[in-house]
Design a binder for this molecule. Structure first.
Ligand SMILES: [Zn+2]
Ligand SMILES: [Zn+2]
Length: 321
């Protein structure tokens, strides 16, 4: 059974053990029942069952669809006969990714993922939603915040005292900001706006899904801006050298788990998706242009100050460079 501890206001925090990466689920109290946030992996759901059995569950809400958060959802739904809720953009982006024709196979190829069908299988096995949640809606007394960037439909929840922040801001790791070819979606600027909105919440405690919990996230948000500023600089430098494909640019970025060539196929996949997010930000600010699918170049009117100004504007005084 997973460890459970009580945070402020009767929120129960469930610490799920996993060989891959420990993850949390949360029981949020409301009128004698509990809203369950996230479910761990499918193969760690046994740790949750004895705890969930003892609680009346109103709904299951998923911060996003990564397997460490959503894998156990179908089993717990069947057990408690409750609804699974998450944000519509999570559903749309995955359906879109599966139908995006050339784009997805190309990314897999660039990342050296060999078993393409097996990798797709993972996308096809996601929990079906019973209903979608939207920004500012209230579910069982908890306000939903749409916080896109780590994924397009990522959500956080708050009751004004505590915020459940999923994979948005982590103490000892930087969240992957993955590009998804969803119309109008700008992953890095969305992500940075989401972390600023979260840091501006007046709550007593932030509960992320992994790592240390926070009382104040402002310092960490400033560090995350530094981190993305560095990566934007590295991506711009790579374009300056005449490198143009997302893979070539990814090879020039300093990844926290090592040089690109040494990463596992999954890590390479995530690295390329994050590189595209940075390149997309450079396109958004007019510094770079898209030359063809997954290929980029420096624009004729490139101005690094435009990149900096955009970051400063989004940071809303939480970052200065
Ligand atoms: Zn995640
Ligand atoms: Zn996670």
């Amino acid at each position: 059974m997973a460890d459970v501890w009580e945070a402020l206001g009767g929120v129960k925090v469930i610490e799920i053990d996993s060989v891959v990466k420990p993850v949390r689920a949360f029981l949020l109290p409301q009128g004698g029942k509990y809203l369950l946030v996230d479910t761990g992996y499918a193969d760690t759901v046994d740790q949750l069952i004895p705890i969930i059995e003892k609680h009346r569950i109103s709904n299951i809400i998923l911060t996003h669809l990564h397997t460490d958060h959503s894998g156990g959802a179908p089993i717990l739904k069947a057990m408690k006969n409750t609804a699974i809720l998450y944000h519509e953009d999570e559903f749309k982006s995955l359906k879109y990714a599966l139908q995006a024709g050339e784009w997805l196979p190309r990314i897999f190829e660039e990342a050296d993922v060999e078993n393409f069908e097996k990798a797709l299988d993972f996308l096809r096995r996601l929990p079906e939603p019973d209903a979608f949640v939207s920004d500012k809606s209230v579910i069982d007394g908890w306000k939903i915040m749409h916080t896109p960037g780590h994924t397009p439909g990522h959500v956080a929840l708050t009751n004004g005292i505590v915020a459940i922040t999923g994979d948005l801001i982590l103490a000892d790791d930087t969240s992957n900001v993955a590009y998804v070819p969803l119309k109008g979606y700008r992953p890095l600027s969305s992500y940075l706006r989401s972390i600023v909105a979260t840091a501006n919440l007046k709550v007593d405690l932030f509960l992320p899904s992994h790592g240390d919990v926070f009382r104040d996230v402002r310092q960490r948000v400033s560090e995350i801006f530094d981190h993305h500023y560095e990566r934007l600089s590295q991506a711009a430098k790579a374009l300056g050298k005449g490198l143009s494909s997302a893979r070539e640019v990814a090879q020039q970025i300093k990844w926290s788990s090592g040089i690109f060539q040494k990463l596992s196929p999954l890590e390479k996949w995530l690295a390329i998706l994050e590189t595209i997010s940075h390149l997309d930000f450079l396109v958004e600010t007019g510094y770079a242009v898209t030359t063809s699918v997954l290929n980029y170049g420096i624009s004729e009117t490139a101005d690094w100050n435009a990149v900096k100004s955009k970051l400063t504007l989004i940071a809303d005084n939480l970052w200065s460079k």
